[in-house]
Design a protein around this ligand. Structure first.
Ligand code: AHN
Ligand code: ZN
Length: 345
């Protein structure tokens, strides 16, 4: 009933104020009633509860095709032709999904002295809403294969490291175009995440040589006072049987978001992917969102207990290719994100 009242009002507005006269009359009678000492005071009409929007189905085959499309451009290394073409593709794709798109251009000096031309790609749905959440991933790929045994100076495909997170977010964007949730959503694709110094990237200055696009964005936001409720970063979300643990930095800065996401995953049957184990913090784009941009941010990142750095086995090797992407993992992550987004009020 309350809902009816609201939608009727909206209708009236869209009908070019044809009923303005009758509304004025009602208003006048209400204020008259309010002046009568013995009459009950009119009560405020409570705001209607937000409508229930069903969670769409995340299409894993569509997401897989988005990984393939990116890989087909070639390695998306900053300053290269495939990088430029892929930026154009991602921008147009989000526009076709009815987003307001901003391409933020910047420059950063890499650890080897090269000046990288960067593009952070920002897609906004329902930008008028202040109640919003941010989803992100890096879209560039690593210029070398320093964890491989051969061809270590050649760039990698980055199907998982770069391709997978973007693919999931493209499919989320495709769903946002079809049905708007109650909340505003921004998808931000960061550039120049993976141009970091090889080996020993665990030391602070070396770690800071990664994530150049997000560091740039965090200190030059596309909108002043942009404070979404929280941000969710995806990194390496496409390997078969991937496990996502509760990364220490995410727990430190945004424990409530970690809980929200892991609980959503378990609710819809993906607790074999989203494991309730806390693991060591890592330096990734979310670190700069937390510390520089002051947005509570988490990282959904593949944790492999069996490898040296606890990244997936193919990490920064030439085996990070399409053959090592499983649509089922993309589905687990993408459906979980949609569950979070569409259950938000
Ligand atoms: C470091 O290696 C310092 N952090 C991991 C960030 C990363 C690289 N994610 C994907 N590739
Ligand atoms: Zn990487």
């Amino acid at each position: 009933m309350e809902f009816l009242i609201r939608s009727k009002r909206q209708e009236a507005r869209s009908k070019n104020h044809t009923h303005l006269g009758s509304w004025l009359f009602i208003l006048a009678s209400l204020s008259f009633a309010a002046c009568q000492p013995d009459k009950p005071k009119p009560v405020d009409i409570p705001t209607p509860p937000a409508k229930v929007v069903p969670t769409p189905d995340f299409n894993q085959d569509s997401a897989f095709q988005f990984v393939k499309k990116q890989v087909d451009f070639g390695p998306r290394v900053p300053n290269s032709a495939p990088h430029a073409k892929c930026a154009e593709y991602l921008t147009e794709k989000f526009k076709s999904y009815k987003a307001d798109v901003i391409v933020q251009q910047g420059e950063a000096k890499a650890f080897d002295g090269k000046v990288l031309k960067m593009k952070n790609i920002i897609a906004q749905w329902q930008p008028e809403k202040t109640n919003r959440i941010m989803l992100c991933a890096h879209w560039d790929t690593r210029p070398f294969a320093d964890q491989d045994k051969t061809d270590i100076n050649k760039p990698i495909d980055g199907a998982n490291d770069g391709g997978s997170g973007v693919a999931v977010l493209l499919e989320v964007g495709r769903q946002l175009a079809a049905l708007q949730p109650n909340i505003g959503v921004d998808i931000i694709l960061f550039d120049a995440e993976d141009y970091g110094q090889p080996d020993g990237g665990m030391q602070k200055e070396q770690a800071n040589s990664y994530c150049l696009g997000s560091q740039y964005w965090a200190t030059n936001k596309h909108k002043q006072d942009y404070f979404p409720r929280y941000a969710i970063l995806l990194d390496m979300v496409g390997a078969p049987n991937a496990t996502f643990t509760m990364e220490g930095g995410s727990v430190q800065f945004a424990a409530h978001v970690v809980k929200k996401v892991w609980d959503a995953a378990s609710r819809i049957g993906y607790s074999s992917y989203f494991v309730y184990d806390k693991t060591n913090p890592i330096t990734d784009d979310h670190y700069y969102l937390n510390t520089l941009a002051e947005i509570p941010s988490i990282d959904i990142i593949h944790y492999d207990p069996a490898t040296k750095y606890h990244f997936p086995a193919v990490w920064h090797t030439h085996n990070d290719n399409l053959q090592n992407i499983d649509p089922k993992t993309l589905k687990a992550v993408g459906q979980t994100l949609l569950e979070v987004v569409y259950s938000s009020q």
